[in-house]
Design a binder for this molecule. Structure first.
Ligand code: 5GP
Ligand code: ZN
Length: 111
């Protein structure tokens, strides 16, 4: 738990939130400012600043398992996953999260 970290507060229940999915070490909730009809955030319960600081292979696996489980739970087959790592890549919340977006067309290459 890192003080003043919004995703720590959400993941640990300090800010009451509805979880789309929850596993032992991860939670999945809706993005407050969705960029697609479905826009989920898959987040470790423990504070990890970014993908750079993630070193536990079991947690890496659990995060991707939660992406899949949440998508399956919502009946989403096609989705875009994004991890912004560092300010230069667009990271604004420094608690690791995987964006999962669905329900519209996605261009590729991404801008
Ligand atoms: P980043 O730019 O760090 O990859 O993404 C941060 C995401 O967190 C943004 O999509 C933003 O809308 C979302 N976000 C920021 N604050 C909150 C919040 O308090 N609650 C929720 N549910 N999402 C948030
Ligand atoms: Zn945190």
């Amino acid at each position: 738990m890192s003080e003043n970290c919004i995703f720590c507060k959400i993941a640990n229940g300090e800010i009451p939130s509805q979880f789309v999915y929850e596993s032992k070490n991860t939670v999945v909730f809706n993005d407050i400012n969705p960029q697609a009809p479905t826009h989920l955030l898959v987040v470790p319960k423990a504070h990890v600043e970014s993908l750079r600081e993630l070193s536990d292979p079991a947690l890496m696996a659990e995060l991707l398992e939660s992406v899949k489980a949440a998508a399956e739970k919502l009946g989403i087959k096609d989705y875009r996953t994004v991890i912004n790592t560092g300010r230069g890549a667009g990271q604004e919340v420094f608690h690791l999260h995987i964006h999962v977006m669905a329900g519209r067309e996605f261009g590729w290459p991404a801008g």
